[in-house]
Design a protein around this ligand. Structure first.
Ligand code: ARG
Length: 623
């Protein structure tokens, strides 16, 4: 046999593309792809690409498949290739090919994936919570998803830059500064409280609700400290609160020293909270460039957009309207109303001259496109936020492309649905508050500790706590990542911490099981099992073929931004392993059979561990 590939589907793809090029000279073969066969009855891999090529050319698809098959040379790797259905090609791999790839893997040459030959520079904008507010469950999906996408793309050899675009600028700071002053926080530093964020949240709510005319909040606010002459708190109205808050914001933006100082303190308090959460989740960012970082450029962005005729004035504000170049269905600046398409503009400057979220995102995009702080233009920028921001990003991307037509980077909004409570409504605490991320992590570890204790009464508490941490945090992450990100899902402790089904504990447990076989068998070095690897039993072959697909799955996670593919894969792999282990004794076997089975155990454990690692999930040696 010739070279043994780490990633079989790539080699098959190349050969298939060559054959197609011989039959259809000049055809674009990039879309000729190989995927695992949905039903192993028909084969191991499959392509459906020939049907599309035939359709484009008005050819008979089966005839095209026959012609391509005649030119296809995969006899060294495949037992057979068959035409099926309307023009599918199904590939059945030789068991010796599979064994060869496993032999290389066990010898440490690869783990069924390959680093890309074309590394891309990918910026991932994720997590991005808001300063002086508690991180809530809504931020958890962005944090977990974005982190996992970064890990997968890095593993595949791409240059990944993670950037936490925190909300550290904007109208909430006017309210917070006003609140800070009337609470005399310079004297009673909230940073010294056990939960400073909760305190800031209380103050923010009091001010914000007073602005909205809430009489209870206004009554509270009226009892506070009138920090300057002319501010008569006991009789203040909601309109006056609003204009005070606005005035504090204007002062902050103009560089007023006191307001700047308060702003810095708010940042510091938030940073502590963010760092605590990120360290518990094992998440790191290359950059934390919040909205405030882009403030110096905002006026120029608007000016430039105006000069180029992209933004126009409307009632004192600056807006971006459709340029009419896209079909209405795809035009983010149009919206359908009563059967007619009407303008749906993006606001880039309010009538009072203030910039907004869109302006900041345009400045951010320009900065990133110009190489950011890291140097080097991105090939791809990924934004991970909830579904409600879809229109925002469609408009920002479209505006940016009009502003910078030279842009070649792929701009992707990776959006996700909501986390729901058991009642099917957005997740809330029993008292109706939004659930806070830190409380959620505490609870996860607490429940996991009970589960772990039930299983291992004899382990010292310290060990049980550590296992509970890995299991609890892993369960929360996995519950999120294993879902189709675009659907809402119901948050259930019972389900996510179950040792059965598609859960983190189940996979973590599969891993420890394989590891314990190794311990029992006293095998410490798996790499010398390579020589005698020989696949015979159907369960061995099924497991081995599943291992082969690890790289293909990682690639599709990176392409579609969907870690749930990897979760399903790991779950199926664990199932294959369980069936194998049931029918193929490992330690009781002898000679080649024993070595083969130990090798399968070892590779399964390594793939599960690496797979969980790129989901951001740890493993332990015992559970
Ligand atoms: N801070 C925003 C929020 O909490 C998310 C920011 C996402 N990133 C961006 N570049 N707009 O909703």
């Amino acid at each position: 046999m010739g070279i043994i590939p780490a990633v079989l589907h790539k080699i098959l793809e190349q050969r298939l593309q060559q054959a197609v090029a011989l039959v259809l000279p000049g055809a674009d073969t990039r879309s000729v792809l190989i995927r695992p066969c949905p039903d192993p009855k028909f084969g191991d891999y499959q392509t459906n690409a020939l049907m599309a090529l035939a359709k484009e050319r008005k050819m008979n698809p089966r005839k095209l498949a026959t012609d391509v098959l005649a030119k296809l040379d995969v006899a060294d790797l495949c037992e057979k290739v068959e035409i099926a259905g309307a023009g599918f090609l199904n590939f059945k791999i030789k068991t010796t090919t599979v064994a060869g790839i496993l032999r290389d893997a066990i010898a440490g040459k690869h783990l069924f994936y390959q680093k890309t030959e074309k590394p891309r520079t990918v910026i991932i904008d994720f997590s991005s919570p808001n300063v002086a507010k508690p991180m809530h469950v809504g931020h958890i999906r962005s944090t977990i998803l974005g982190d996992s996408l970064g890990r997968v793309l890095r593993l595949l050899g791409h240059r990944v830059i993670t950037d936490n675009h925190i909300g550290d600028w904007g109208t909430q700071f006017g309210m917070l500064i006003f609140g800070w002053k009337i609470e005399r926080f310079f004297e009673n530093d909230p940073a010294k409280l056990p939960d400073p964020i909760a305190e800031l949240e209380r103050v923010y709510k009091m001010v914000n609700k007073s602005c909205e005319g809430d009489s209870a909040s206004l009554a509270l606010l009226r009892q506070k400290f009138s920090y300057e002459p002319g501010l008569n708190l006991p009789t203040i109205t909601s309109e006056e609160v609003l204009s005070r808050a606005r005035a504090e914001l204007v002062k902050l933006q103009a560089g007023d020293a006191t307001n700047r100082d308060i702003w810095n303190r708010l940042q510091a308090i938030s940073k502590q909270q963010f760092d605590r959460v990120y360290s518990r989740l094992g998440i790191q960012f290359d950059y934390v460039l919040g909205e405030s970082f882009y403030n110096p450029w905002l006026a120029d962005v608007v000016k430039d957009l105006k000069e180029r005729g992209i933004a126009t004035e409307s009632e004192g504000a600056m807006i971006v309207l459709s340029d009419g170049k896209l079909p209405p269905q795809q035009d983010p600046f149009l919206i359908q109303k009563d059967g007619k398409w009407i303008p749906n503009p993006t606001l880039v400057q309010k009538s009072d001259g203030a910039s907004n979220y869109a302006t900041t995102d345009l400045a951010t995009l320009q900065f990133r496109w110009n190489g950011g702080k890291w140097g080097g233009q991105p090939d791809e920028i990924i934004y991970v936020t909830d579904a409600r921001q879809q229109l925002h990003f469609r408009q920002v991307f479209a505006t940016f492309k009009r502003w910078h037509p030279e842009v070649t980077a792929k701009l992707a909004h990776v959006w996700f649905g909501s986390i729901l409570g058991e009642d099917g409504k957005p997740l809330k605490t029993r008292s109706g508050e939004t659930v806070k991320l830190e409380a959620l992590l505490d609870e996860a570890e607490e429940i996991a500790f009970k589960v772990v204790t039930e299983k291992n009464k004899d382990l010292p508490e310290k060990d049980r706590r550590e296992i509970a941490r890995v299991v609890g945090i892993g369960a929360i992450k996995y519950a999120d990542l294993s879902q189709n990100r675009q659907s809402d899902y119901v948050f259930s402790w019972e389900k996510m911490l179950s040792f059965q089904g598609n859960t983190a504990p189940y996979l973590q447990y599969s891993y420890t099981r394989v590891r314990s076989i190794f311990r029992k068998g006293n095998v410490d070095n798996a790499s010398n099992l390579a020589e005698s690897l020989n696949l015979a039993e159907p369960e061995e072959i099924t497991l081995a073929k599943r291992l082969l697909n690890f790289g293909l799955v990682l690639e599709s996670v990176g392409e579609d931004y969907r870690p749930n593919y990897l979760c399903s894969y790991l779950f199926e792999l664990s199932g294959d392993f369980a069936r194998f282990y049931e029918s193929c004794p490992v330690l009781k076997a002898e000679g080649t059979q024993r070595a083969t089975r130990l090798a399968l155990c070892d590779l399964t454990a390594r793939v599960i561990q690496q797979g969980l690692a790129v989901l951001g999930i740890e493993t332990t040696e015992q559970m």
